[in-house]
Design a binder for this molecule. Sequence first.
Ligand code: SAJ
Length: 433
Amino acid sequence: MNFNTLCVIGLGYIGLPTASTFAAHGVNVLGVDINEAILATLRNGDIHIHEPGLREEFQSALKTGRLTFASTPAPADAFIIAVPTPFYEGELGEANGVQFKKADMRAVTSAAESIVPHLRKGNLVVLESTSPPRTTVDLVRPILERSGLLAGRDFHLAYSPERVLPGQILRELIENARVIGGVTRESAQAGRDLYATFVKGQIIQTDATTAEMVKLMENTTRDVNIALANEFARLADKFGVDVWEAISIASLHPRVKILSPGPGVGGHCISVDPWFFVESAPELTPLIYHARIVNDGQPRQVVELVRKAAGALKGQRIAALGLAYKPDVDDLRESPAAEVVHLLQKEGALVKAFEPFKPEGLPDMECVPTLEAAVKDADVILLLVNHTDFRALTPAALRPLTAAKILVDTVNGWDGRDWDGAGFKLHRLGVNK
Ligand code: SAJ
């Protein structure tokens, strides 16, 4: 099939790079978002998210004239839904004695509804948003069929998860293997034809529910493995071991690769997606559930580490380095670093946070625009995110900026330097030697 026009609904971390990449590859793209402020920014030739290379890709797509914006969809050959699927804040589901977070599918629902008036015979609709298993067939399909057209007969319907790594989205969009799950074989084939516009990686065709499960399995695997690393860190602390040393040795085994402990799991994917399995089948998911509990408990572990290092928390002046959910990105969503700061504040600590990728930080904490301002009057310097610039800090560079004596490293960024020689005492997560 040939696709000349495409509507991309949702212009966030995935929708915007996807829309730009399609436009750069010759497709006429209408980018749709309900947020007028985002549309205004984009129409001005600017972007609202930080992603390496995106500004250039976006601006060159704009110059071709093939990328335009609107707040509602218009008729097109294909539609892509790339809206968020967060979970309901503060509202838990319960079944089988297990409490779980529930997916908020309202954005997917209204995106699908917004397509209905524009749907034509022969169109393709692709859901990209990470969703609980069976969303494409049980939620999206019936909404689209309100048009009077039947999925798989009159129009194609597919699920194709994005699997790109924030920080490397543009490269991975093109190079990663792409899975396309159709409600029929023909739908999967139509999806393949669309993404073959730019995807250089392998394109795998399957059914929609398999594709949904694949996506959740990938992120759940990572979450469970990070939980294991975090549990190892707790054990190492108990037994007087350096978990980082133990992990590096164990990972020499040809069939063992242990991930890294840290302050927890953040971002909009790995800390969220496993709940979609738990919500869908709480009776089948004790391991996945407990991995989530372990990872969500890491910020508390960090607070206790700081308490141990500093003796007390109340009134302690703490410089928190990093608020992003992982190194070298500006994304603060579901960030365990931010959670650590909140917990420290609740304990009466006086925290100054510095996030170089988002200096304005978060409204409910004191955020400073420079490293110097963060560490100047600090008693404790707490490394929460392994940003390249933080990792590169040396005792000689840090000493003139602060009188602090206590360093707490939760991400193994500062090992192997002579901190003692510069009058610092370094405490590391998962190390008790
Ligand atoms: N983390 C650890 N220890 C580790 C690795 C990561 O504590 O050893 C933490 C990070 O600091 C971060 C969180 O886990 O807080 C998640 O980071 P990540 O880099 O593992 O993943 P994301 O959320 O940035 O992107 C993931 C990717 N999935 C996988 O690697 C399986 C990406 O490919 C997906 O597209 C993305 O989720 C998504 O959108 O689902």
